[in-house]
Design a protein. Sequence first.
Length: 238
Amino acid sequence: MLNVRLYEIFTSIEGEGVLFGTKTLFVRLAGCPFGCYYCDTEEALPADSGEEHTMEEACRMIDDAIQPNTYKVNFTGGEPLVQHEAVAGMARHVQSSGVPTYLESSCYDADRFRTVIPHIDIVKVEFKTADSAFVEEGQHPRIVRSATECLRAAVDLGRETYIKVVAGEGTKPGPFAELVGGIFSEVSNDDISGFVIQPVTGPGAPTLDALLELHDIVRPYSNKVRVIPQLHKAIGAP
Ligand SMILES: Nc1nc2[nH]cc(C(=O)O)c2c(=O)[nH]1
Ligand code: SF4
Ligand SMILES: [Mg+2]
């Protein structure tokens, strides 16, 4: 029987991406095998963090936690695709209750992504830069290919899709331009609802000049480029 490890379920104001400011129920799954230097949920990275539940329990916990006027349920982590079948099951349940579902993933595995995306309404496709320490440098091209496949799959299914790239002080314009060129050889501006450059919060934050340079690299491809910091950090919310 399928079980799921959840780290926490809570309501907050969406602090990231194009839907920042919306009232959101966060379902944080336990476990992520990666190691981004800016990770702000390190407590949820161990595979044995959080608590294990049956799918029935998890769905009931979501039903009990969801408040009136919730805009969406955000499946995050950790890395939700580590437990992709459970995410698909919980997302299907949430959709059946009429609340939109949202996926917050590093998009490291396109096969897993394809099992989840039919049950997701709005998706953030994240592209990790080589300096993120997400994976070892040699693995980075493979990760970009995975995220690109995820992007293709989301757009082909007609999902509301936006792109996010976290930028830190080590994010170099040259490799960033190469990444952006690759993304827009795969999709067009009409396919996406936004291109979010999210500055690292705190140590490792990029300068304004660096952010403007990255912005100007995306702008020729998309008028939907936005530099959006983490709102929840600014308002002291979880
Ligand atoms: N308020 C708030 N918004 C968020 N958006 C994405 C989050 C995440 O941890 O994935 C997050 C989070 O942890 N808190
Ligand atoms: S992929 Fe996400 S959860 Fe995993 S280490 Fe990176 S920022 Fe943290
Ligand atoms: Mg967070």
